[in-house]
Design a protein around this ligand. Structure first.
Ligand code: 5GP
Length: 194
């Protein structure tokens, strides 16, 4: 998605530890007009697929999922992160190692909000090692729901999450794939996302 790539080049900051900081338009301050274009693009990419719910993970995924949901006209469910799991029985749960915080969270979704008949689209801001999306996919599986696919705003193609998700058979659409990034040469995108 050209508009997104341009914005990443203009405002993204490359940080230590393979982190791309986009907090001026996606992760802290939010450019809602850009999010609208992102939501529209997810809707276009999954056109023809029946989706009745969008699933994401708190916190950064929520805004993206909500705007995308306006185009799909479906509700959003976000998985909550908790350090220690003390809610039993009525939730689906998976363990997710955080790429940015280097800790492991239990992620939970109430059983009330995922059902066997659901057709779920997972949406998230970044894809690095794939732990967040694979954790969300586990919740969908536990519910007996159908995973239609996953939409990611920025995939870091030099990390192996994309490969893992695709090998797991998940229909993954990333709006921008960063192939390489370093402070000296800047950011290079994978051609097919242009
Ligand atoms: P994964 O689970 O694929 O390893 O990492 C994805 C999660 O880590 C995303 O939900 C995102 O919040 C965070 N993340 C991973 N890489 C980056 C990055 O380069 N920049 C930012 N802002 N978040 C990232």
């Amino acid at each position: 998605m050209k508009l997104l790539q341009k914005r990443i080049v203009k405002d993204g900051q490359i940080e230590a530890g393979n982190i791309l900081k986009v907090d001026s338009f996606l992760n802290h301050q939010i450019d809602v007009s850009l999010l609208e274009e992102i939501g529209k693009e997810f809707h276009r990419q999954f056109a023809g697929q029946t989706v009745n719910k969008i699933l994401t993970i708190e916190a950064s995924g929520i805004a993206i999922a909500c705007i995308a949901a306006r185009y799909f006209q479906v509700p959003v469910v976000f998985a909550k992160k908790t350090r220690s799991l003390n809610i039993a029985g009525d939730v689906y749960t998976a363990k997710v190692e955080s790429f940015t915080h280097k800790n492991t969270n239990d992620i939970i979704v109430s059983k009330k909000f995922l059902s066997p008949g659901d057709r779920i689209l997972i949406v998230d801001d970044f894809l690095a090692n794939g732990k967040a999306i694979l954790g969300l996919a586990k919740l969908v599986e536990q519910a007996g729901a159908t995973l239609v696919g996953a939409g990611v705003v920025i995939e870091k193609g030099f990390q192996d999450g994309g490969k893992r998700i695709r090998e797991a058979g998940i229909d993954l659409h990333s709006l921008a794939i960063v192939e390489e990034m370093d402070t000296e040469h800047g950011i290079r995108f994978r051609e097919e996302t242009l």
